[in-house]
Design a protein around this ligand. Structure first.
Ligand SMILES: C[S@@+](CC[C@H](N)C(=O)[O-])C[C@H]1O[C@@H](n2cnc3c(N)ncnc32)[C@H](O)[C@@H]1O
Length: 241
């Protein structure tokens, strides 16, 4: 089945899940193509087999971009909490041509990322998790967990909508403001330690930052990554060194 045939159904499913499970879905619609491209920036390797992990794939828009960059020996693990998204992803693995071609190297896990275990570390992790919706200790736990399952020199790419914490903070209760401040602190700590570049994707609704972190186990390397240079059209990109 061509991807276009499924996209209307995927939008409907996303909207339904936004309404039924707002907290974990965290967005009204799937990420746009440019955001997906920025998130998949570190997927392609140098020909050696790589283990890729995507957490929070939703309907699979980022997954499609990841699959496009998978090398012939790479594998992809997908971790999704929501059973409706899992069912849609399972179907795509059977029905969508580009997905079917790599289906024998893709494993779909219906589990919360916090509970996802692996024997072998990952080289590249891409997260679509709505971290700004979670309690601070959950965010810290997830970041630690991802660090624990990342191999040497592994990257983590994730996004957040531009200005979302600031905007929410102006309208919410004191408790909620404290939570958002705590998440900002947890993220800043991670970014200070590991960030190697970021993309600002203005051509998305809403606009988003994509953060790229080197969370692999060589902390000395963490600030020495490539300065990302606006490879995706319409993206402002810089290193914050
Ligand atoms: C903002 S949506 C992103 C979907 C997709 N990656 C995109 O960019 O359009 C967040 C996704 O994370 C999933 N999710 C939320 N909490 C999760 C958890 N603890 N473990 C795994 N997936 C989770 C949601 O079900 C949803 O699919």
């Amino acid at each position: 089945m061509p991807p276009m045939a499924t996209s209307g159904a995927n939008y409907r499913l996303f909207w339904q899940q936004f309404r039924q499970a707002f907290h974990s879905t965290g967005a009204v619609m799937p990420s746009g193509p440019r955001l997906c491209r920025a998130l998949a920036r570190h997927v392609a390797g140098n020909g050696k087999p790589r283990r890729i992990l995507e957490v929070g794939p939703g309907t699979g828009v980022v997954t499609t971009e990841i699959i496009a960059h998978l090398g012939p020996q790479d594998s992809l693990d997908i971790v999704e909490l929501n059973e409706h998204f899992v069912a849609a992803l399972r179907e795509r693995l059977q029905a969508d041509d580009s997905w079917r071609r790599v289906a024998d190297r893709v494993r779909l896990h219906h589990v919360a990322v916090e509970q996802f275990m692996t024997d072998e570390p990952f080289d590249c992790i891409i997260s679509g998790l709505p971290l700004n919706n979670f309690p601070v200790e959950v965010v810290r736990g997830i970041l630690l967990h991802l660090e624990g399952i990342a191999g040497d020199g592994a990257t983590l790419s994730f996004f957040e909508y531009v200005g979302v914490r600031k905007a929410k903070s102006m309208l919410c209760s004191r408790e909620e403001r404290q939570r958002l401040t705590g998440i900002g602190e947890a993220m800043d700590e991670a970014l200070d330690k590991w960030e190697i570049g970021r993309d600002c994707v203005m051509a998305n609704v809403p606009p988003a930052w994509v953060h790229h972190l080197r969370i692999g186990k060589s902390p000395g390397d963490s600030r020495q990554g490539t300065v990302i240079g606006g490879c995706v059209q319409d993206h402002v990109a810089y290193s914050d060194d």
